[in-house]
Design a protein around this ligand. Structure first.
Ligand code: XUL
Ligand code: CO
Length: 436
């Protein structure tokens, strides 16, 4: 078997002072943080598409990277990618992976051939999983790249496209069951509109809900107990994606009585595209008890679009991990690097270095967030801000003992309403002390 990441690894923790680029400086898998090892807080996953399929292309140019797993035979290439993936994950000590159906197997001439190819490759993946103990964090199906999905998948104006989408999701759920996936993801690729005046939005959303119900029913039928996840995104590729952000997606799920079956897979770059910070999206999901999993990356705010960079902003990651810890963790979810190397980082070792960068940055985030929690830095600020609700009239309000008439009587008798400053600048400055 060919070695793809030659002379590299195993990648070990060497601490922040190491000069070795091929070492973890902050991610120390077995170090106990808030009572459990880092590797359990940070269930990192490698994304097949960005790591083994992406070759550095952008809108202005073709591949910048050459990968030796590529051959003229698509099935051989797919098999080589399995070897490369497990070699990389083992060398890095990464315990999970994620993929779309199209990432792992060639399309063949028709759906039948595609599904056969998937069966062959998933046999191979299953074997490797058994040998290594590496797990499938989630899989999904790509219902957006093929020409047939030009007008959407479940939201397409063509019933045959809806049917092919259903068949593909059925296969996706079967793959998840076969590989014991912890989660199953729906990202609404082209489920949105290009131009509102030619779109029946209510009809399209009802059809998306229909296919999700079918998926829930089929998962039950085959005994799949993976957590179902929806991944919000506000735009790209459509002008307006229906699953705009966490709040919009929860409203959609609740309207269609699907909220008990789904949690959210939140992606940092999607949050910023929606005009939110990433921790905002995590907090919204947590409010609904729907914080499922993370697609870790960074957007480039100057460019604006979905650049899917590796996450290296320690403050952002600290605030994100704070939300995760405050919500009690991610359950079956994990931290999938939905991130790709820059076009200029075309060397094979960049795949490893970029993941080290992302893992170290999240480890910094975890350590900083744990310190915030241990020292109750933010908890104390929040507690103080809302203290008027812990006694007197405030307590009565949150205990639902008041109404507009009783509050009106109370308010009329008030001489002065006193409020205090937030002192936000100094607390923002002190927060920097927690960033590792
Ligand atoms: C697209 C995106 C997808 C999903 C899975 O922006 O994030 O890769 O994570 O389909
Ligand atoms: Co994503």
């Amino acid at each position: 078997m060919e070695e793809y990441f030659k002379n590299i690894g195993p990648i070990k923790y060497e601490g922040p002072n190491t000069k070795n680029l091929f070492a973890y400086r902050h991610y120390d898998a077995n170090k106990i943080v808030l009572g459990k090892p880092m590797k359990e807080h940070l269930k990192f996953a490698i994304a097949w598409w960005h790591t083994f399929c992406f070759e550095g292309t952008d809108a202005f140019g073709g591949p910048s990277a050459t990968r030796s797993w590529n051959t003229s035979d698509p099935m051989q290439t797919a098999k080589n990618k399995v070897d490369a993936a497990f070699e990389m994950m083992q060398k890095m000590g990464v315990g999970y992976f994620c993929f779309h159906d199209v990432d792992i197997a060639p399309p063949g001439k028709n759906l039948q051939e595609f599904f056969q190819n998937i069966d062959v490759i998933t046999d191979l993946i299953k074997e490797k999983m058994e040998q290594t103990g590496i797990k499938l964090l989630w899989n999904t199906v790509n219902l957006f790249s093929h020409q047939r999905y030009t007008h959407g998948a479940a939201s397409s104006n063509y019933a045959d496209v809806f049917a092919v989408s259903a068949a593909t999701i059925k296969k996706g759920l079967e793959i998840c069951k076969k590989l014991n996936g912890q989660n199953y993801v729906f990202w609404g690729g082209r489920e949105g509109y290009e131009w509102l005046p030619n779109t029946d939005m209510k009809f399209e959303q009802a059809n998306i809900a229909r296919i999700l119900k079918m998926a829930v029913d089929y998962a039950k039928e085959i005994g799949l107990d993976a957590q179902m996840l929806i991944e919000p995104k506000p735009k790209e590729p459509t002008t307006h994606q229906y699953d705009y952000d966490a709040a919009t997606t929860m409203a959609f799920l609740m309207k269609h009585n699907l909220d008990k079956y789904f949690k959210l897979n939140l992606e940092a770059n999607h949050a910023t595209l929606a005009g939110h910070t990433f921790d905002h999206e995590l907090a919204v999901a947590a409010c609904f008890g729907a914080l499922g999993s993370i697609d870790a990356n960074n957007g480039e705010t100057i460019l604006g679009w979905d650049t899917d960079e590796f996450p290296t902003n320690a403050l952002d990651n600290t605030l994100a991990m704070y939300q995760v810890l405050a919500a009690g963790g991610l359950g079956k979810g994990g931290i999938n690097f939905d991130a790709k190397i820059r076009r200029t980082s075309f060397a094979i070792e960049d795949l490893i270095l970029a993941h080290i960068a992302g893992m170290d940055s999240y480890a910094r985030g975890l350590i900083g967030a744990a310190k915030i929690i241990e020292e109750k830095f933010l908890e104390k600020i929040v507690e103080k801000r809302y203290q008027s609700y812990s006694t007197g009239i405030g307590k009565a309000i949150v205990e639902d003992k008041e109404n507009l008439k009783t509050l009106s009587d109370y308010a009329m008798k008030l001489k002065d309403v006193e409020i205090e400053s937030n002192h936000v600048e100094i607390y923002k400055s002190i927060l920097n002390d927690y960033v590792q």
